[in-house]
Ligand binder design. Structure first.
Ligand SMILES: CC(C)(COP(=O)(O)OP(=O)(O)OC[C@H]1O[C@@H](n2cnc3c(N)ncnc32)[C@H](O)[C@@H]1OP(=O)(O)O)[C@@H](O)C(=O)NCCC(=O)NCCS
Length: 181
């Protein structure tokens, strides 16, 4: 199937929760993380904010319908924080997630940002290990800025086990020499 990545448009926003729910089904088979498959989604309002800012990208099928997305937001004109990356369960494992990441890295360079940040699961193969291969560094809990430590605290309040979560950062000088777009 032909897939292409493009900036998301306003009318994509309502379609992204279904993609996120489908993507999360991957967690049904992960011991200890089965609950993620039934978790809440990012919500249309957040997607719309990211779309307005030009920092939401979608992977679309041949009918221009979203089958994957990456929604992110610039913080303090410094970091592009990735709220969520999701690829419909039926299309996972064929390079779409990596292509969305490449688009976000290119977008962050275009927006003159210093880094990308995110929070994720430490030990799920397509989470921290995947981001590490792209060049994201695991941040020590003791060295986190207020924003990222608050975000991790909120995730724990919402039910994630503290030890399973981490924050990561990709400095863009490094990314410029690595991304594949
Ligand atoms: C994470 C996600 C967006 C990746 O999208 P994708 O299209 O499946 O990913 P890709 O095919 O581009 O593969 C991305 C990397 O994950 C690895 N990967 C994919 N599936 C894997 C699996 N089942 N086990 C181990 N590694 C896997 C690939 O090897 C690849 O790494 P590489 O580029 O270094 O070779 C997708 O798996 C997803 O939606 N997962 C559920 C939601 C989620 O976890 N989102 C991330 C929140 S931080």
């Amino acid at each position: 199937m032909m897939t292409r990545i493009r900036p998301a448009r306003k009318n994509d926003a309502a379609l992204l929760s279904a993609v996120e729910r489908s993507a999360a089904q991957r967690f049904r088979m992960v011991p200890g993380h089965e609950g993620v498959a039934k978790g809440s989604t990012l919500g249309e309002a957040v997607h719309l904010r990211c779309i307005r800012a030009g920092t939401c990208w979608v992977a679309v099928d041949e009918h221009d319908a979203p089958i994957g997305f990456l929604s992110a937001e610039a913080v303090a004109e410094r970091d592009l924080h990735i709220h969520e990356t999701s690829v419909d369960e039926a299309f996972q494992g064929s390079g779409i997630g990596r292509a969305l990441l490449d688009a976000a890295i290119e977008g962050a360079v275009t927006h003159h940002l210093a880094a990308l940040t995110l929070t994720t699961f430490r030990d799920v193969p397509w989470n921290a290990p995947f981001y590490r291969r792209i060049g994201f560094k695991l941040l020590a809990m003791s060295g986190l800025d207020e924003r990222l430590s608050m975000l991790l605290r909120k995730e724990v309040e919402e039910g994630f086990a503290e030890a399973t979560r981490c924050a990561m950062r990709l400095p863009l000088d490094h990314a410029k020499t690595n991304f594949r777009v």
